[in-house]
Design a protein around this ligand. Structure first.
Ligand code: ZN
Ligand code: ZN
Length: 89
């Protein structure tokens, strides 16, 4: 399966409704992707006179995807920081 290694950053702020700092944004940065290789159960679809073979993850729901297409997200670090003026929104 394909593994996504991500860093998570919780951005906190205060606002009139909740003067205690609280998380209001979560940012994820993909640090690394470890690909599992090509699809092991490609699906052939027919469209008019043509057929095409596509990786199963483009056709099947996550539960029915092959081992290579499934995605695992691993959270490497989780940090918390206050919102600053330089941030968008
Ligand atoms: Zn708030
Ligand atoms: Zn697949």
């Amino acid at each position: 399966m394909t593994i996504y290694l991500v860093d998570i950053e919780h951005v906190t702020h205060t606002c009139p409704a909740q003067p205690e700092p609280h998380p209001f944004d979560i940012r994820r940065t993909v640090i690394d992707v470890i690909p599992a290789g090509p699809c092991r159960a490609p699906v052939t679809i027919r469209c008019g006179n043509t057929t095409a073979t596509i990786a199963c993850h483009r056709h099947e729901p996550a539960k029915r995807q092959c081992g290579a297409c499934r995605i695992i997200v691993t959270e490497r670090t989780i940090t918390t920081r206050p919102h600053t003026l330089g941030d968008a929104a």
